[in-house]
Design a protein around this ligand. Structure first.
Ligand code: HEC
Length: 102
């Protein structure tokens, strides 16, 4: 009896682990800061100062661009910037995060 319960528990645990790992193609990041650090900072710098990619801070030309320009750039890419595969929510969060740093 006891062993049987243990097996059930093990089975449930395995199912949870498997579903947690295979839920989304890339697991969704939950804050704009997380998205930025994971997907943008390598090219745009951890403080929006720019590296391979241009600065994205308040003084940069992108600061005065509408959200539609940002969404387009992030999801479709621009010049040497590759399109970023993010969910709509992640795109919204990361733009919000960048603008909150101005
Ligand atoms: C692999 C490096 C790389 C990554 C990752 C990257 N970018 Fe870029 N980004 C660039 C480069 C290079 C440019 C300049 C493209 C051009 O104009 O030719 C650019 C341009 C931009 C622009 C337009 C700037 C302007 O003044 O027109 C925005 C906005 C932008 N990136 C936002 C982001 C955001 C937000 C992320 C993360 C979701 C991101 N980028 C991820 C390299 C990158």
């Amino acid at each position: 009896m006891k062993k049987n319960n243990f097996n059930k528990f093990a089975l449930i645990t395995i199912c949870l682990l498997v579903s947690a790992c295979s839920a989304e193609p890339s697991q969704e990041l939950s804050t704009g800061k997380e998205v930025y650090e994971a997907r943008c900072s390598a090219c745009h710098g951890s403080n929006l100062e720019g590296r391979v990619g241009p600065a994205l801070d308040a003084k940069s030309p992108s600061a005065s661009m509408p959200d539609s320009y940002w969404i387009q750039t992030i999801t479709k890419g621009k010049g040497s910037m590759p399109a970023q595969r993010l969910t709509d929510k992640e795109v919204e969060l990361v733009i919000e995060y960048i603008k909150s740093e101005y």
